[in-house]
Design a protein around this ligand. Structure first.
Ligand code: MIG
Length: 819
């Protein structure tokens, strides 16, 4: 029981600036444990340095060393092998050396200096301040080189590059936030520092209110720390930023592969108030041939906002409604809030009370706060009994066929109280070790998504759960996708939708998106169309709206925009095989689909601060139009060669180009050599079979070759974990008078529906003189029969492409085109 912390918390100095920091002094004693850990004592403080791997070092500074080690809510990997660590002591210095970096520990006073193997400083404690403490607060100051750049910090508004800003981690419900509003809904205390093409990462694993001052109060040093707990951080060395993200997500866990339908277009609003309106919306999509996979039900589906219930007047037969939607290709997702109405005739309240699942005050009485249902009790998601109880409450919704759950208000948000959340001294029971809300607050949302995810998985063990959350912490993607909360229908917010998703993506949350069209306010047709275009390239593609706004469905802006919006959503469905492949990759190595330019091209100074274009997956460069009244867009192309996706015109990179971008078109470029797997447009992702699978191939320059990957599985079950997937590589190469495409042998047991593969070689001006598939010469047939099963090829001089169509097999296939 952690009463000391509660006590200190109440006595906290309110103003951060007023703190009288004590800087850690001279080391009095050191002790090694094993080959990879050393402890240093100084004036009652303990610093523990643990090498987890050659590129990962944990630094834990404790000002009260006798306390039991706190539990980490984020870290899932604990069995690190320590790499090749060597710890050497000589006089006033101690050094920790690994194969990839050296940590010099100055003992007089205690300061840390991280260096690469050539002795260049990567990161160091500020010589003057270093690690400090005051009351229960802990903080470290680091030197801040003028040319160092900072990125990440999870869900933060404003520019992608973080400089001269002070950022706080404290999950907060802020409807209609703006570029300088901070904090927001989620806390991911992780960032990257980059300098001269080399990157390091820092993850502060502390759930108390924490803060990062990145050159706001000083240009020479930055600092981070928290109001309680240990200064417990992980230092990652790249030098590539990708390597750091892979390591960080190994430490805190990765997004499991979501159900494929969750990557389709999703339609929401607060609220579709009745079964009649929901059916009308579903018909609205199908009758206009606008693809859609998901319809959301916001709070009004419930009986008086009682979670896990239905309003029997407006939703008289939920299973029938959900079933009919399902037959029409729609999955139903419903909102759930944490607040459980205090109402003795309400079964969730009664069972939660019986099992002691709700937060209580120090005197043992129920803690209550007001939210939508009125006076509510709040589940103690830090406690496993409460989590299991919560998970079980979904039985009815799951039985009705509801497929996904949207966890809102889980900062948690409480109405009509000054702090807008649960009282900070309310104790969470945890499992054995209790902790005040001040310590649990930032993981309340994370643990709510955990309870939800685990509960649904138990109820429906053969299906991947889909949970969408507003609040979370580092490691949250293990359980849920997330969105950026209550944004506004302005062009500025469209820009922020991009920078925030990029920030989330490099903070370990790949499955993210913003409310398309803006939650608050009403977008113009143009703003909605541009927002929808960006949405094609955000993993979560969901349109949503506040209550009392005019309708915002894709057909509400006039016929011309309806056509444009249909084309845009069609594009999402065309790219689904590629999008799914990038998501599969993220679930394996943490590298997100949305990649800031600095992540993909860390050595290119001209792209280091670029936050209006990005890579989607390894091979698509997306340059959305983010301002009103534009018909063209200037794009900075990285080194190499790039094709305009629309025209197949080829450009040499390291230059800026301006391309047409009328309101119906988002500029997209493809890396030369890449193969982008695409499919036919369908009205929902579950339609099958899709024939053919079209591999859009963009030939590299003469003498070059490039390999792309492809991933597919049943899109819904967990069998991919047992090898039931379909994975192959495609290698495209070009010589003086030939182009070859090698489809590697399929890895994995999954059998797709029988289908043809259509290799579509783009940007080709002349027809080939011969096309061979697997050593067989194919006939040219410029009027191909629709669906013909015989292998054939044709050339389209206007579109400048060659189509080669043949049945898909699991064996390797080589296609050679001679010119
Ligand atoms: O206090 O459920 O961010 O998406 O529509 C507002 C109603 C509660 C906030 C969410 C928003 C949702 C709304 N909710």
């Amino acid at each position: 029981m952690n009463f000391r912390r509660v006590f200190i918390l109440l006595a906290l100095t309110p103003l951060f600036a007023a703190a009288q920091w004590r800087s850690v002094g001279v080391v009095e004693a050191t002790s090694k444990s094993g080959t990879n850990e050393v402890q240093l004592q100084s004036q009652g403080t303990t610093l523990t340095i643990t090498v987890l791997a050659d590129d990962v070092i944990r630094v834990r500074f404790q000002t009260s060393p006798n306390e039991a080690p706190p539990h980490s809510w984020a870290v899932v990997k604990t069995d690190w092998d320590g790499g090749s660590a060597q710890i050497n002591e000589s006089g006033t210095n101690l050094s920790v050396e690994t194969a990839e970096l050296n940590l010099l520990i100055n003992k007089k006073p205690l300061r840390l200096v991280f260096q690469d193997k050539n002795g260049n400083v990567i990161n160091q404690d500020d010589p003057g301040l270093g690690m400090c403490y005051e009351g229960s607060e802990v903080r470290v100051w680091k030197s801040m080189p003028q040319d160092e750049r900072y990125y990440g910090f999870g869900e933060k508004a404003g520019r992608f590059l973080k400089r001269e800003v002070a950022l706080t981690m404290w999950n907060s419900d802020i409807p209609g936030y703006s570029a300088d509003t901070d904090p927001l809904y989620q806390s991911i205390p992780f960032f990257l520092g980059t300098r001269k093409g080399k990157a390091y990462g820092i993850f502060l694993d502390n759930t108390w209110r924490s803060s990062f001052d990145i050159g706001k109060s000083s240009r020479k040093r930055y600092s981070f720390g928290a109001e309680g707990g240990d200064l417990d951080y992980y230092f990652f060395y790249g030098p590539s930023p990708k390597k750091i993200i892979t390591r960080f997500t190994e430490l805190v866990g990765r997004m499991p592969l979501p159900p494929k339908w969750a990557l389709g277009f999703q339609q929401s609003r607060w609220s579709y108030p009745s079964e009649t309106r929901v059916r009308e919306i579903a018909r609205g999509f199908r009758s206009r041939k606008i693809p859609c996979d998901v319809i959301y039900l916001d709070i009004d589906y419930m009986d008086g906002y009682r979670i896990f219930t239905w309003n029997s007047k407006s939703f008289p037969n939920p299973s029938k409604l959900v079933g009919d939607l399902g037959a029409d290709g729609f999955k139903t997702v419903v909102i759930v809030d944490p607040g459980i109405k205090v109402d003795s005739s309400y079964s969730a309240f009664r069972s939660g009370m019986q099992l002691g699942c709700f937060l209580k005050k120090a005197d043992g009485t129920l803690y209550t706060g007001k939210v939508w249902p009125g006076v509510c009790a709040f589940p103690d998601f830090a406690n496993s009994t409460a989590r299991e109880w919560w998970g079980g409450q979904f039985a009815g919704l799951v039985a009705a066929g509801v497929r996904g759950f949207w966890t809102d208000m889980n900062e948690p948000s409480v109405f009509d109280v000054p702090l807008k959340t649960v009282d900070l001294d309310i104790l969470h029971k945890g499992d054995g070790d209790s902790a005040p809300h001040a310590e649990i607050h930032n993981v309340y949302g994370l643990e709510m998504t955990r309870a939800t995810y685990e509960g649904i998985l138990k109820l429906r063990p053969d299906e991947r759960p889909f949970v969408l959350t507003r609040a979370s912490y580092a490691g949250g993607p293990r359980y849920a996708a997330s969105w950026t909360g209550d944004n506004v229908a302005t062009w500025e917010h469209l820009k922020m939708a991009l920078t925030m998703c990029l920030g989330m993506s490099i903070s370990g949350q790949p499955f993210t998106g913003a409310d398309i069209g803006g939650f608050i306010g009403h977008p113009s047709g143009e703003l909605f169309a541009r927002w929808l275009q960006l949405g094609v390239f955000t993993p979560l593609m969901r349109a949503h709206s506040q209550i009392n706004e005019p309708n915002k469905e894709p057909w509400e802006y006039g016929a011309a925009f309806t056509d444009i919006n249909r084309q845009t959503i069609n594009l999402r469905y065309r790219f689904l095989p590629y999008i799914y492949t990038t998501m599969a990759r993220a679930s394996v190595d943490g590298i997100p689909p949305m990649r800031p330019m600095m992540l993909e091209f860390p050595d290119d100074e001209s792209l280091a601060e670029n936050d209006d274009e990005f890579m989607f997956g390894p091979d698509l460069l997306v340059a959305p139009v983010l301002a009103e009244g534009k018909n063209s867009r200037t794009v900075r192309l990285p080194a190499g060669e790039w094709y305009d996706y629309w025209s197949a015109k080829k450009y040499t990179g390291k230059t800026s180009v301006t391309v047409d971008a009328p309101v119906g078109r988002i500029p997209v470029f493809v890396r030369a050599g890449a193969i982008i797997p695409t499919q036919q447009v369908m009205q929902s992702s579950g339609e099958a079979p899709v024939d053919p699978l079209t591999l859009q191939a963009f030939p590299p320059s003469e003498g070059q070759q490039y390999t792309s990957e492809y991933y597919e599985d049943d899109g819904i079950s967990l069998q991919y974990e047992q090898g039931n997937y379909f994975k192959r590589t495609y290698t495209l190469s070009a010589a003086a008078s030939s182009i070859s495409l090698l489809m590697g042998a399929v890895d994995g047991a999954y059998k797709p529906h029988p289908r043809r593969v259509q290799a579509q070689i783009r940007g080709v001006t002349l027809p080939p003189t011969s096309v061979m598939v697997g050593g067989q010469r194919l006939e040219r047939s410029d009027q191909p029969e629709a669906g013909a099963r015989t292998p054939q090829w044709n050339f389209d001089a206007v579109a400048r492409l060659i189509n080669v169509t043949f049945p898909d097999t699991k064996q390797a296939v080589q296609i050679d085109m001679r010119f």
